[in-house]
Design a protein around this ligand. Structure first.
Ligand code: T1G
Length: 713
């Protein structure tokens, strides 16, 4: 039973802080005000439900408008409520109440109307939006499907072919496209509520019929007559789902619009939704959503500390990384001074950026005039003395300590006081780099991932003397350029590359044990990685790791033998695989098997058949163990941060949540047992479980219990 509500004396219904009802021009204006994104919490649902009922009972009200305060219309169900006992009214009940209204109900859309927010508008008679609004059903990105009628109503608005694409991809569309496809009735001048009230007055004056999508199958006729129209669209949308359950469930649910009565289909949708909510894949994707937002919150920074203002960034090095980083800043409208040692290198770097942006514009990824606008933000200069007007300097030069120290000595001499000085090093000791400057408090790491203009991850490395405001500056700026910053501490390889090296070592060990590159890669692609580690090595170039191992006096027998045979990967048309001219498709190469066999014979090793499960465990569990060691050393603050690093920097499959989330799913006790087994049977003491992992397993605890820690360093 819902709590009774009082109509306020001035015609306003104060239901709760979240929802208010005001009377404007004979319109019942329901205003939702539930920061930060007007998510459909129980209080919001209750407020809307009661407001619709009250507005229908009030004879002064001729039409109803549903609008939101703040930066966006409803951005979906309140994800924090999932997995908890449901509280009434359910969203489906709220939508049914809207559909039962005897008065026209108009949704006023602005910002990013998503998920349950869009589903609520689909129960309205009309939908209007401001021009820059975005509308989407991203439930699939949380491992779900629209659970409040979206799979059945959307296709009745836009047609099943476009409806299945929107729901399976989860990608939002702009208001103009929404108007074209019939998802909205009009684009209004802002504010959305005012535009909607003006629209409502037209509806009343013209006595427009109140169309309910649930009763309108007119957009289904073509696909009902020729189902291949739908199946082709569904196949195209689900093609790359790589072992994920939600995309297929979404496509199946939308198909019910073609052959199942509406109310029966709603029931099936609800069952399918509840099944996905309970699925580990959705739990992994919801974990990833919140872990990413936790990771960017810089903790244990003294109150009142603010980021330093950044108006211009200087980037030293116009190579692949420096150019990509420069593009990331220019993409967000931040001016860049791009510095090289000579005109030729600078011209080459600028040319690469121009080519990149032109290609994106040619694909329609950005407006045609954007490449020119963005190039205009890049000021190419020769000589480090040009860093003087930058508030942040990022060094992206050759990955050797000697060169980094030389560059930072020069930066220190020319950068303005208070500028933040960042190195893009992937591995090196930032404390050592900071020590050559007179301002170690301004020095930190910003480790971008190649291609830097695409990859979201940025490891923000806090050195021993890094000042809190410098750390905040780098983290907030990374977020501003739409990266996912994660604060980490100083060690060789920080978090991601340190765990990658552990996995690489296990890959080498598995080849010695008896596996082949193609078998190992197949196990990891079946796990959900888009590419296996050996194919990835061929793509990146095997000489990078080879040189790094030589610098540190480390030998990997098989990996080094491959490189010594001139097999450096795709760049030499052969590495762990061979490649046909002009093709990137990895082809298993008997020469590699012979090289592995020969190396093992020379080492006196007997190879054996290796099962897929052993490969999976030996590739993943040691990484998890290293992640636990990283937590012990406080190089990462939370297991969730490690998950975010692997999800956004190394292609860990989103439906597996990240290495530490996956460890909790497998069970830490199992992982400890398997690591101890391999440490014994392979005589590999390094595989023994680290103290933290052993303790948590012994206590029956999980890594998730540690996700409230403070930042590292
Ligand atoms: N529920 C709860 N909290 C949410 C939320 C949500 N749906 N969306 C965002 N937040 C929090 C977020 O955790 C952060 O909190 C703050 O809002 C700002 O978010 C029935 C079942 C809307 C594009 O998947 O895509 O509807 O860290 O940092 O970058 O069929 O948030 O500040 O404490 O991301 O400006 C479907 C998810 C849900 C949308 C804004 N909806 N959200 O991006 O801010 S399932 C979604 C987003 C559903 C129905 C189904 C983005 C955004 P804190 P932010 P932003």
């Amino acid at each position: 039973m819902l709590a009774p509500v009082e109509i306020c004396s001035d015609g306003r219904l104060e239901l709760s802080d979240a929802v208010k009802l005001a009377l404007v021009d004979h319109c019942g204006a329901i205003i939702i005000d539930a920061p930060p994104v007007n998510a459909l919490s129980a209080a919001v649902r209750r407020g809307i439900f009661e407001s619709v009922r009250a507005a229908n009972a009030d004879t002064a009200v001729r039409a109803i408008v549903i609008a939101c305060a703040g930066r966006t219309f409803i951005a979906g169900a309140d994800i924090t409520e999932f997995g908890k006992p449901p509280q009434p009214p359910a969203l489906n009940e709220v939508i049914t109440a809207i559909e039962s209204s005897s008065k026209p109900v108009i949704a006023a859309i602005h910002g990013t109307a998503l998920g349950g927010g869009i589903e609520l508008t689909l129960g309205c008679h009309f939908r209007v939006a401001v021009k820059d609004a975005k509308l989407g059903l991203p439930e699939v990105k949380l491992g779900l499907l629209p659970g409040a009628g979206g799979t059945q109503r959307l296709s009745r608005a836009v047609g099943p072919e476009f409806g299945v694409k929107m729901i399976v991809t989860g990608e939002p569309i702009g208001a103009p496209e929404a108007l074209d496809h019939g998802l909205i009735d009009e684009i209004v001048e802002g504010p959305a509520a005012d535009g909607a009230i003006a629209f409502a007055k037209k509806v009343v004056a013209e006595q427009r019929p109140l169309r309910l999508l649930r009763n309108d199958d007119s957009k289904l006729v073509a696909a009902k007559a020729d189902r291949s129209l739908f199946t082709a669209a569904a196949a195209a949308a689900t093609r790359k789902n790589r072992g994920m359950n939600a995309p297929l469930a979404c496509a199946e649910a939308v198909s019910w619009t073609l052959d199942t009565p509406f109310d029966e289909a709603l029931k099936k949708e609800r069952e399918a939704f509840l099944k996905l909510v309970a699925d580990d894949q959705s739990k992994a994707q919801r974990h990833a959503f919140f872990a990413e937002r936790e990771a960017v919150k810089v903790r244990d920074v003294p109150d009142g500390v603010k980021p330093r203002p950044v108006g211009r960034v200087a980037i030293i090095g116009a190579g692949t990384m420096g150019g990509g980083i420069a593009m990331s800043f220019a993409n967000s409208g931040i001016p860049v001074t791009l510095i090289e040692t000579g005109e030729e290198q600078l011209t080459r770097g600028l040319g690469m950026m121009q080519k990149n942006w032109d290609a994106t514009a040619a694909r329609g990824g950005i407006p045609a005039d954007e490449p020119t606008k963005r190039m205009a933000l890049i000021d190419g200069k020769v000589g480090i003395e040009n860093v003087g007007d930058a508030d942040l300097v990022i060094e992206a030069v050759f990955e050797t300590m000697a060169i980094k120290k030389e560059v930072f000595t020069a930066i220190d001499a020319h950068a303005r006081p208070g500028a933040v000085l960042a190195t893009n090093t992937s591995y090196l000791d930032i404390n050592e780099i900071a020590a050559v400057t007179s301002r170690p408090q301004d020095v930190l790491g910003m480790h971008f991932f190649s291609p830097a203009n695409i990859m979201k991850l940025c490891e923000v490395v806090r050195a021993k003397q890094t000042a809190s405001d410098a750390l905040l500056t780098a983290t907030m700026l990374a977020k501003r350029i739409r990266k996912t910053p994660v604060v980490v501490g100083v060690c060789h390889g920080f978090v991601g590359n340190r765990m990658l090296a552990v996995r690489g070592l296990q890959g080498e060990a598995l080849l010695k044990s008896g596996a082949l590159p193609e078998q190992v890669d197949a196990v990891l692609t079946r796990f959900g990685f888009s590419m296996g580690p050996f194919a990835m090595g061929d793509l990146a170039g095997l000489d990078i790791g080879w040189r790094s191992r030589q610098d540190r006096g480390i030998r990997w027998d098989i990996a080094d033998a491959i490189c010594e045979a001139g097999r450096l990967g795709q760049k030499t048309s052969k590495g762990y695989y061979r490649y046909e001219p002009g093709s990137r498709a990895p082809i298993p190469d008997p020469e590699v098997e012979q090289l592995i066999d020969g190396t093992c014979k020379r080492l006196g090793l007997t190879r054996r058949a290796i099962g897929d499960q052993e490969i999976l465990e030996r590739m993943i569990y040691p990484m998890i163990n290293e992640g636990a060691r990283i937590l012990e050393e406080k190089i990462a603050a939370r297991p969730g941060d490690i998950d975010v690093i692997w999800l956004h920097g190394y292609g860990w499959p989103i439906h597996r949540g990240g290495p530490m989330f996956y460890a909790d799913l497998v069970g830490l006790k199992t992982i400890v047992e398997r690591l101890e087994f391999y440490a014994r049977s392979l005589n590999e003491p390094a595989l023994r479980p680290t103290a933290l992992l052993a303790r948590l397993a012994g206590e029956g605890a999980s890594f998730a219990s540690l996700n409230t820690a403070t930042n590292p360093g």
